[in-house]
Write a protein that binds this ligand. Structure first.
Ligand SMILES: NC(=O)c1ccc[n+]([C@@H]2O[C@H](COP(=O)([O-])OP(=O)(O)OC[C@H]3O[C@@H](n4cnc5c(N)ncnc54)[C@H](OP(=O)(O)O)[C@@H]3O)[C@@H](O)[C@H]2O)c1
Length: 291
């Protein structure tokens, strides 16, 4: 049975990925920083990372460890480095030095892009510490047999401590809270449900390299938020469109266009990814079913 270690298993993505993969014939081991998991420690600690990996001897590591707060990464560049770069270096140092037959699936971000999309994989523009530390993490991941997935995702969170963009919109529109939505930031996310399915496919095929993994026909976050609320017949009168230069609550620079061209992934995996419009319908259905 294939042994899979999921690092950063207790976050937004991990909380959907772990139960999904447990349905298959894999032996799953989980890791986190502080939440309940099989191993709990800071992955920037090299000796603890080596100790875990020597003990677990995984065939595949899926690395979801990240400091995902763009604001915190901007304020504390060393923290961004430790969580998003050093932690990956520790994993790949172990794979390299132990000679283990271990493939790494490393989750990265569309935040490494800016300027007019849709971006192909080599069209990098680094604009803040989060993007820089994630890009450096990719370079560390590429030192071993690895699949690096640049992605973004929306959909129902399975844990109370982490909220997705759609959770935030759902909460605001159902509770009547006034929120501001960004009309000049464009993206092309997948649903969490589709992303965990794609990761399962990657587990089987293990393609080597960097791949964009997003939807077709991306849109602005504001258009997405409105379309999502409308597809659930929720009132949108509490949402106001603003541009990022009016968003005084955002201190760090945000890329304006993170839309990705995912044709390299589609060709490699022989699949067709859906449009964001179609995904919104699927995600709305998941919220309907849960309510
Ligand atoms: N969320 C998004 O919208 C988004 C968009 C694009 C790309 N991504 C990428 O997708 C991946 C997963 O994101 P996510 O939203 O699931 O992240 P998340 O919810 O913030 O979860 C991060 C996970 O990493 C663990 N962790 C953080 N720092 C650690 C450290 N220094 N040592 C050990 N564990 C640590 C956390 O443990 P605790 O739970 O114990 O704190 C948690 O399990 C990341 O690579 C992220 O860059 C996310």
């Amino acid at each position: 049975m294939k042994k899979i270690l999921i690092t950063g298993a207790t976050g937004l993505l991990g909380s959907s990925l772990v139960p999904h993969l447990k349905k298959y014939d894999y032996k799953i081991t989980t890791h986190s920083l502080s939440k309940q998991a099989d191993f709990m420690f800071d992955l920037s600690d090299k000796s603890k990372t080596f100790e875990m990996l020597n003990k677990n001897q995984p065939n595949i590591i899926i690395n979801l460890v990240s400091q995902t707060s763009v604001e915190l990464c901007e304020e504390q560049v060393h923290l961004a480095y430790l969580s998003n770069t050093r932690s990956v270096e520790n994993i790949t140092d172990w794979i390299g030095s132990s000679g283990a037959n271990c493939h790494l699936i490393h989750i990265s971000t569309d935040h490494v892009y800016d300027g007019l999309g849709e971006h192909k994989e080599d069209d990098i523009t680094i604009t803040n510490n989060y993007a820089f530390s994630k890009y450096a993490g990719e370079l560390a991941a590429a030192r071993v047999s690895s699949t690096i997935l640049r992605t973004n995702f929306v959909g129902r969170s399975q844990v109370s401590h982490r909220e997705s963009l759609t959770d935030w919109v759902y909460k605001a529109t159902t509770s009547g809270h006034f929120v501001k939505v960004l009309s000049d930031v464009f993206f092309s996310p997948l649903s969490i449900t589709l992303l965990v399915n794609m990761i399962e496919l990657v587990l089987q095929k293990k393609p080597i390299g960097i791949y964009n993994l997003g939807s077709h026909n991306g849109m602005s976050k504001a258009d997405f938020d409105f379309a999502f609320a409308e597809s659930l017949n929720l009132p949108t009168n509490t949402m106001t469109r603003i541009e990022t230069n009016q968003a005084k609550f955002l201190k760090a620079y945000r890329p304006k266009d993170m839309r990705m061209d995912s044709s390299k992934f589609e060709n490699e995996m022989n699949i067709k990814l859906p449009s964001l419009k179609d995904l919104i319908e699927q995600i709305a259905q998941e919220y309907n079913e849960a309510s």
